[in-house]
Ligand binder design. Structure first.
Ligand code: SF4
Ligand code: SF4
Ligand code: SF4
Length: 517
């Protein structure tokens, strides 16, 4: 920004620095396109040999003997020595850059909000109290005020992504640290973080600040460290209570209709692209949060502002559309016959009606008399373990017990073992040899992420982790026992090839692959 608004000041600063240090010339390293002609003309006026290089980073290792100065320092140096009133050029949000006296209070130029993001560092509103532009010492001069709807976790995640793209990746701490911190903050914003993740982020961030080779690396952990410091309570709420106070982290946000405000206009029902709003004219709309993608398209449609976003627990709500209070009785009938949207999953499980049987008079049961049950022992079997039901879990448990030298008896009431596996064609496997041979490099972490997103984080992630991490071993275990697989296929078009299809003994691939005949 300074190069565009004050090129003469920058060149004058370079000349002064060259005179003070005895340098024979100067090199100006810029990230963006600059007006080279103007800069070189200014350099010619003050007799300064000037080289202009366009690059994203300055490699400090290559400039050990040079004096490195940033543009702000150069312009300030020139202003001081030429007697000009030193001022600082800053852009607040998207506003045009403006020069302010260095002792301007930040609270005088920033809108009221929850804080500030400047040069990848977060400041809370409390930290900004009494702080001046000079003490902020912003190198870029770009101040991004934070409104109440801004979430520090979400913003820090985006900052990390930007820094990750800028990192050249040569230093391990910068490269790996940025990756790890981005992953941790991604988990936090998705509500998947564990208690120790914030401590881990702090440890990684501190290590990065002292172990990287250039200023980018040294400051790369700033978004995370400063967000955890300036907005500690808000960041911790994401991890401990899975709450995003700003409602910006979509995975932690729910949409609901406030029954007190809804007038039953029904506009939101047709506006929802996921068809997850039930309702109709005269009915209080109800959002199915399982299918809701949090796109927010229903919000502007509701003139009553009855659709709310919340993080954490929503208030008690009707489970299906109910007539709006005071609505015509027709709405009641409609509520009972209102069709569900086409894509809606029906969750009503009707019990079969009991047959009407004429009451038969039975003699009164004897009171307080012990029941005698006749037991006909047909066979006695000595065993270590009894497993009730020979489905996939029961059979696997029996084999595992057998591998440990224990004797097992499985009790199965149906005529065939296999249970639910009798209906399937093969189990799930991730990162198996079969997949690797087919150049399928789907990793367990990616699969877990896909599964959690697909299930809207409503399943027990610990169980999913255990299942997915163990799946490759399980496939190998089955192969060691002689099970052959025809390959790993997709369950449906958009899925990944994780379905390990069993090649049955009769060679016919299809359902009921586990049936033992
Ligand atoms: S700290 Fe990062 S950006 Fe700087 S040289 Fe090392 S890897 Fe590259
Ligand atoms: S939530 Fe809003 S748009 Fe939807 S039915 Fe109620 S008042 Fe109408
Ligand atoms: S946020 Fe989007 S998907 Fe969810 S109810 Fe509103 S319109 Fe439907």
């Amino acid at each position: 920004m300074l190069l565009h608004t004050n090129p003469a000041g920058v060149v004058a600063g370079l000349k002064i620095a060259a005179l003070l240090t005895g340098a024979s010339g100067a090199e100006l390293v810029v990230r963006c396109e600059v007006d080279r002609q103007t800069l070189l003309a200014n350099a010619g006026t003050v007799d300064l040999p000037l080289e202009i290089t366009q690059a994203a980073l300055v490699n400090k290792a290559l400039h050990k003997t040079d004096l490195l100065l940033d543009l702000e320092q150069l312009a300030t140096m020139a202003d001081r020595l030429t007697g000009a009133q030193p001022g600082l050029l800053v852009a607040v949000g998207d506003a045009t850059p403006t020069e302010f006296p260095a002792d301007t209070l930040l609270t005088d130029i920033l809108p009221v909000g929850k804080g500030l993001l400047a040069d990848h560092r977060f400041y809370s509103a409390q930290q900004l109290e009494g702080m001046t532009l000079a003490s902020l010492a912003s190198r870029s001069g770009v101040l991004r005020p934070m409104a109440d709807r801004d979430c520090p976790v979400d913003l820090a995640k985006k900052e990390m992504l930007t820094l990750h793209r800028q990192s050249c990746g040569k230093c391990t701490f910068c490269r790996e640290g940025l990756y790890q911190l981005s992953e941790i903050f991604e988990r936090i914003s998705l509500g998947r973080a564990k208690t120790g993740d914030l401590d881990l982020a702090e440890e990684i961030g501190q290590a990065m600040t002292v172990s990287c080779n250039c200023t980018l690396g040294e400051e790369a952990a700033l978004p995370v460290l400063s967000a955890m410091g300036a907005f500690a309570a808000e960041t911790q709420a994401h991890v401990r209570r899975k709450e995003c106070a700003a409602n910006a982290c979509l995975a932690l946000t729910q949409f609901y209709v406030d029954p007190k405000l809804c007038n039953g206009c029904g506009k939101c029902v047709s506006a929802c692209p996921k068809q997850c709003i039930e309702g109709g004219e005269g009915l209080v709309a109800v959002i199915d949060n399982f299918d809701c993608s949090r796109c927010g398209e229903c919000l502007p449609v509701c003139e009553q502002q009855a659709i709310k976003r919340t993080s954490g627990r929503p208030p008690k709500l009707p489970s299906s559309p109910v007539p709006v209070k005071g609505a015509a009785p027709a709405a009641q009938a409609e509520s009972e016959s209102a069709p569900l949207p086409a894509a809606k999953r029906k969750r009503v499980f009707a019990r079969p009606a009991k047959p009407q049987v004429a009451p038969v008079e039975t003699p009164a049961a004897p009171v307080n008399q012990p029941k005698h049950v006749e037991v006909n022992i047909m066979k006695t079997i000595e065993t270590d373990i009894v497993i009730v039901a020979g489905g996939p879990a029961g059979l696997a448990a029996a084999i595992a017990a057998g591998e440990q030298g224990m004797k097992t008896v499985i009790l199965e009431k149906s005529s065939a073992t296999g249970g639910a596996a009798n209906m399937g064609m093969g189990p799930l496997g991730i990162d198996t040899k079969i997949q690797k041979a087919a150049f399928n490099n789907l990793g367990v972490d990616k699969a877990i992420q896909m599964h959690m997103e697909y299930t809207h984080y409503r399943v027990d992630e610990d169980l999913v982790q255990a299942y997915f991490h163990k799946s490759a071993d399980t496939i190998e275990w089955l192969e060691e026992m002689g099970v052959e697989f025809a390959g790993a296929l997709r369950y449906f078009k958009e899925s990944e090839a994780t379905w390990h299809i069993v090649k049955p003994e009769n060679g016919v691939i299809g359902p009921r692959a586990a049936v033992p005949w």
